[in-house]
Design a protein around this ligand. Structure first.
Ligand SMILES: [Zn+2]
Length: 345
């Protein structure tokens, strides 16, 4: 079930390559995948290598990492079987949908990444497209609006955020909410300002939330670059909160590059043409991915009436897990879209 998307994978041919270092599978769709001897060892699905929970119980302390594959075959087209040079009494078994799901051939990796790609919404139906004739000025005037994600000084900032509008008097001037997809901003920055983009990937910013003047004292300082890329150069994380930025602590020669890049990103965040604006009404609940969508609020006059919102969070990993379960069990088995939680997939 967990490999629902790949249920149709069938093995057409198997060959042992590179003196037993690799097994190559020819699939029913004509493509090929190679699996390293140790990759297979760690992934073995035989009862002694898998606990009842279906998690691997292989202990690499007992494995010869140089061991080669002495035989590979199939049971029908259903299962790949493998034996290794250091463990002749052990027959490894592998379901084809599993092998296809985790195939690391260039082609399959590309296909999966395509499937998990974030889609950026540029439709004016759902998004208010703002005209920005003079972006730099708008950036300055909007500094106080502080588009941000919550809790950036955490190693793992909250994922799904809920904001519930309990009260918002009609008389209140301003106070509208607005949102920007910061992954879309970062991807645009990569295209328009590649040098600044790479400074934000390379130089660690400081995120700081330190209070000693409240009843609950806390001291949270965390360093990481604003943008994180995976091994393929895909953006897998963006951290942005101008109000929780701490003093930069980096090599002297990086300081200027950082501020130049930070200014560039801040300007883009504040002038990004795809922004969702809304004025919440009493009873409204708005939910969004805090790891991806920046939220802000226009200034309002607190003396003109009451505005009361209540928020809470749900962990993004648990949310993503549930999405994938539903997709696999009642949907089309498509891989869940990247959610920006620093997952290297
Ligand atoms: Zn096994």
């Amino acid at each position: 079930m967990s490999y629902a998307r790949f249920a149709g994978a069938r093995i057409f041919g198997v060959s042992v390559l590179d003196g037993g270092k690799n097994v190559e599978i020819q699939w029913n769709n004509g493509t090929h995948s190679r699996y390293h001897s140790m990759w297979l060892r760690q992934s073995c699905h035989c009862p002694s290598c898998r606990q009842s929970s279906n998690l691997p119980s292989v202990n690499f302390h007992d494995v010869d990492v140089e061991a080669v594959i002495v035989h590979a075959g199939t049971e029908g087209d259903k299962v790949l079987t493998v034996t290794w040079s250091d463990d002749p009494n052990h027959t490894g078994v592998f379901p084809p949908p599993f092998l296809k799901r985790y195939s690391y051939s260039d082609r399959d990796r590309e296909e999966r990444k395509e499937e998990m790609n974030m889609v950026f919404n540029t439709s004016a139906k759902t998004f208010d497209v703002r005209d920005t004739p003079n972006p730099v000025n708008v950036a300055y005037s909007e500094q106080r609006l502080q588009l941000h994600m919550d809790q950036t000084p955490y190693e793992s900032p909250p994922g799904i955020q809920f904001l519930h509008c309990l009260r918002f008097d009609k008389e209140v001037q301003g106070g509208d909410s607005f949102f920007v997809d910061v992954f879309h901003v970062a991807e645009t920055l990569r295209t328009t300002h590649p040098e600044e983009f790479h400074s934000l990937v390379r130089i660690p910013a400081t995120f700081d939330n330190t209070f000693y003047t409240r009843d609950a004292q806390f001291h949270m300082v965390y360093q990481r670059p604003h943008i994180a890329l995976n091994h393929d150069g895909k953006i897998v994380g963006v951290t942005w909160h101008p109000g929780m930025i701490g003093p930069l602590m980096t090599k002297e020669e990086d300081v200027e590059d950082y501020y130049r890049a930070y200014k560039c990103m801040a300007t883009m965040v504040n002038t990004f043409p795809y922004q969702y604006n809304c004025r919440l009404e009493e009873g409204d609940l708005i939910t969004f991915n805090n790891r991806r969508i920046l939220h802000g609020r226009h200034h309002y006059d607190a003396k003109s009436g009451h505005r009361h919102l209540q928020g809470c969070y749900v962990k993004i990993d648990e949310f993503k897990s549930q999405v994938q379960v539903y997709t696999n069990t009642v949907g089309d088995g498509k891989l869940a879209t990247r959610v920006g939680n620093l997952d290297w997939q």
